[in-house]
Design a protein around this ligand. Sequence first.
Ligand code: GLV
Length: 313
Amino acid sequence: MSILLNNHGYENDSWYQALSQTLPNQTIIRYDQVSDIEKVRDQIRYAVIWNHPTKDLQYYPNLKGILLLGAGTEHLENDSTLPEVPIVRLIDPEVLKDMGLYSLYWVMNHQRLYDCYRQQQRNTHWQRHDICQSQDYQVTVLGLGAVGIEVAQVLIRNGFNAKGWDASPRAIADLETYHGKQQLADALTDADTVVNCLPLNKGTQSFIDAELLGLFKHSTQLVNISRGAIIDDDALLYALDSDQLDRAILDVFAVEPLDQQSRYWEHPKVTVTPHMSGATYARSSAKLIAANILRIENAEKPFPLYQKRVDNH
Ligand code: GLV
C-alpha cells in the first residue's frame, strides 16, 4: 500500500519523516520527488494533501481516503472532481491549544495595556493606569468550529467574558451564543476584542467589511486567526485610520507571505504575525493521520470528516 504526500505550500521533509516513522510499513510517495507519477497512480491508497493541484485527486483509481494536512477546507471547494472517498480534516488538539493561547495573549495584551507600558518604558515614564477587569472585559468569537470553541473556552477559563457567534445556531455548554446576520449586532456591539475563527468559503469572503466593522466600538481590537480573505483589507485599514477601531492583530492574509508593499507591515495599529498562531506539528499530526488511515482500513469512521458545505457559511 502506498501513501501519496502531496503537500503544496509548506516544506515536505518533516512531513515525510514523520509519516515514514509513524507508518513504517507503508511506502510514502512524495509528489514533489516522484519521477513519473503516472506509473504509481494505481498503487496509491491514501492521499495526504495540502493545497493539492485542483482535479488531480480523481486520477488515483484505488484511492480509499484523503487526509488533509490542515483544518481549513477552502481549497477543496474549488475542486469539483473530488473522488467519493472519506476526506478527513486535521484538527490537532496541540494546535488548538496554541491558537487558544495566542488569542489569550493578545486579549491580555489589550486588557492590561501592555503596549502602553512598553511605550512608557521607552520614554522612561512611570505611570499606572486603571484597567477594565477581566470579568468585565468582553470577547466575541466569530465562528464556533473547533478553533472558535477552544478560543472561547480558554478565555472563559482565564476569567474573561466570551460569547460566540456562528452563521447557524450552536448550543455549546457554558457559552452564550448568537447566530445569523440578525444577531450579529448583539454579538458585536459590546466586544472589547473580536477573534475571527470563521472558515473561509463563498459566504465568508470579505465578511468583515465596512458595515460589520461599523458595529464595533472604537476601543475594539480585532484578532484574525482563520483566513485573511475573510477581511476586506481596504475597509479594515480605513477603520483603523479613522479610529473606528483600536487595533488589529493579523496572523493570516489573503495572500501569504504578506506582500512587502502591504500597509499592514508599517501600520502603527497593526501587529503582523506570519500565520503561526496554530502551525501544525508534523509529529503529532502524523499520529492523527495514521490513526485515521487505520480506521478506514478497519471499516470504521475516520474523523473529523469534511462535509461539503450546503449553507452560506
Ligand atoms: C491552517 O491554517 C489550517 O487550516 O490548518
